[in-house]
Design a protein around this ligand. Structure first.
Ligand SMILES: *[C@@H]1O[C@H](CO)[C@@H](O)[C@H](O)[C@H]1NC(C)=O
Length: 394
């Protein structure tokens, strides 16, 4: 053994490793203050953030952007790749604030957008989307901008979002679109229960996304899962107010990527419109949702705790044959208990053309006003095991 260690090529390898390790440890640091950002909440710091980003992105060694305490006013910012390194961390001790006048960012898709990046981690930070003005406009029935998503990550991979708080987004809070390997942990989303279209986290066309230990209070879906989401894991999620965790709406388009291998494990829904939902348009489509697991879920006063709705057609418009082409299969509901705010706690309203198959109910107990709730099924098939209340209609 001693002899092999002194072999010249091994010695070279050891030196190489040493060099490699020390270069990995080195990090280029960029403080947004050095680029002119002001923590006063009123000075536009957009240029400073972009300047720090372009330096970090151009660094050939790992880079770190630091945002200190205080409030930083930002217009819409596009953090674009490709970058010269695959390890950019952004540490935020402060709050990023959107313009109070919703028109400034209301017509762009995203307030803060990361696109085409690999290896970006965001630690901490608060995003204050200042959505109240836009919601008031929308609720007044006037014509208003559709609003910006607060944080969008698109066409990217190897992303970490840890300990981020998103407040009062104009539209969606966080969108993951076209990404691979995204880890979100300890995310907090907060907006009033009546704020329009403020989905908490939306995931689509993405694989290997995990959302852990996150608390979402908002006016639309806590988590919405769009076409092309695969290998999605959600664990320890608290939702409410909000519209629950929703797979869909799927099947809006004829040609659509399916949703596959989605797990929700350990979740609490408090006073939400839905608990766990799968929803598809009553339109022709080749979309599908399969291998879905909902387990260890507590419902408190939830209007529709378990629901599959394949007859979505708002205003009964643009649904030519009023039947969904989306195939829903292998959906497991395991250890789900609590209270329903309506009599029908379990509703499987599936497509007459493509009935739901492989629905499994196991240890489900939902009550309505301290009594057994009801279940309603159409075109739904599957199996039941263990105690299931309301009595299954599969
Ligand atoms: C399902 O997704 C999980 C991650 O959420 C992954 O670990 C697992 O390998 C996937 N299963 C299949 C069959 O792809």
């Amino acid at each position: 053994m001693a002899n092999t260690m002194t072999h010249p090529s091994l010695l070279f390898l050891a030196l190489l490793l040493l060099f490699f390790n020390s270069s990995v440890a080195a990090v280029m640091k960029f403080n947004v203050i050095s680029y002119g950002a002001k923590a006063d909440g009123t000075t536009d710091s957009t240029k400073a953030f972009l300047a720090a980003w372009s330096q970090a992105c151009a660094s050939t060694i790992p880079a770190s952007i630091y945002v200190p305490k205080g409030r930083f006013l930002l217009r819409n910012v596009d953090f674009r790749g490709q970058c010269k390194n695959t390890a950019i961390s952004i540490r935020i001790d402060g709050t990023l604030v959107a313009p109070v006048d919703y028109r400034v960012i209301g017509n762009v898709d995203n307030w803060l957008s990361f696109e085409n990046v690999d290896g970006v981690s965001i630690y901490g930070g608060k995003l204050d989307g200042k959505g109240t003005g836009l919601w008031a406009c929308k609720n007044s029935g006037k014509s208003c901008p559709s609003g910006a998503t607060s944080l969008s990550i698109s066409n990217s991979k190897n992303i970490v979002i840890m300990g981020l708080t998103s407040l009062n987004s104009q539209m969606f809070h966080i969108v993951i679109n076209g990404c691979r390997n995204v880890k979100m942990q300890g995310v907090k989303v907060s907006a009033p229960g009546n704020s329009p279209n403020t989905d908490g986290i939306h995931v689509q066309l993405s694989s290997s996304v995990t959302i852990l230990n996150s608390r979402i209070q908002t006016g639309d879906d806590c988590i919405s899962i769009g076409p092309g989401a695969t290998n999605l894991w959600m664990e320890n999620i608290a939702c409410g107010p909000g519209h629950g965790i929703s797979i869909g709406s799927l099947g809006k388009d004829q040609n659509e990527a399916g949703v596959q291998n989605v797990t929700v494990k350990t979740a609490t829904f408090i006073g939400t419109q839905n608990g766990v939902r799968i929803k598809s348009w009553a339109r022709p489509s080749n979309g599908f949702a399969s291998n879905i697991v909902f387990q260890h879920v507590v419902m408190k006063n939830v209007q529709n705790p378990i629901v599959i709705d394949q007859n979505y057609c708002p205003g009964n418009k643009n649904c030519p044959d009023q039947v969904s082409g989306v195939k829903v299969s292998d959906v497991t509901y395991q250890d789900i208990h609590g209270t329903s705010a309506t009599e029908v706690a379990v509703k499987f309203d599936c497509s007459s053309k493509h009935p739901c198959t492989g629905i499994r109910l196991e240890e489900v107990k939902l009550t309505y006003k301290n009594e057994a709730a009801q279940a309603s099924c159409s075109h739904a098939g599957g199996t039941v095991s263990g105690l299931v209340q309301p009595t299954s209609c599969l």
